[in-house]
Design a protein around this ligand. Sequence first.
Ligand SMILES: N[C@@H](CCC[C@H](N)C(=O)O)C(=O)O
Length: 284
Amino acid sequence: MAIAFSKYHGLGNDFVLIDNRHSPQPILTPELAVQWCDRHFGIGADGVIFLLKADHNAENNEYRMRIFNSDGSEPEMCGNGIRCLAKFMQDLGIATVAGKYQIHTGAGLIVPQMDNDGQVTVDMGRPFLPAAEIPTTLGQPDQPVVNMPLSVDGRTWNVTTVSMGNPHCITFVDDVAHIALAEVGVLFEHHQAFPKRTNTEFVEVVSRDYLKMRVWERGAGITLACGTGACATVVAGVLNNLCDRRCTVNLPGGDLLIEWVADSDRLLMTGPAQLVFAGTYSAG
Ligand SMILES: N[C@@H](CCC[C@H](N)C(=O)O)C(=O)O
């Protein structure tokens, strides 16, 4: 069976997008998503994203995003992915309401807005901070984990944990270029302190409004950018009094503008989303 797809990227974090509105479940199994994501034997991507109709009791103009990581696991949310999904919806001719889409995710209702300059600004919702909600066994279940020691690979790292619907472990370092990301990232991901595994961000504070970040993603490994990770990083930076609430987060794939709005406690993320190519894929 040939399945139509489009490939998009947000700062090099790349996804295969499928218009799945005709079916209530993703038309690919997690195993097929793994094949499609393979960079040698498939299309090549960090994940596969499905555009679904929202549940039947939702409003007509509400949609649902589901995503499989390149290892076939299903995360709750994806920041770069939801910008790509919004651009995909625009390219499919799906009308916005006041320039916005309403998209249900595993992290709740997320609202991307199509900006006039082609960027997408996403209301990413509130961060979750109690340890039990990350989840992590560090600290006390009902308290935030801020700058706590974690032993990984024989070294003690001071970590702060934040959930943006999905788990993030952030560690501030002097020189992010010198982190052995491939070696240490996988050890954080599978550390016993994180029962649902974790995404891990290594962050260098260049100034109070400019952070350099590299990421090891749960279920995908090293990626060029992570939107939920950039949001979690600014939250962690503010909690550690290392940065302002509005920061540029520089990633290997480019820059994201992140603001943790004080009044609403919500995070706004602004960045690009681009179509790479479209085609059909014969599954199986
Ligand atoms: N790249 C994403 C995050 C995708 C999900 C992540 N790998 C997880 O398992 O939580 C982003 O831009 O947020």
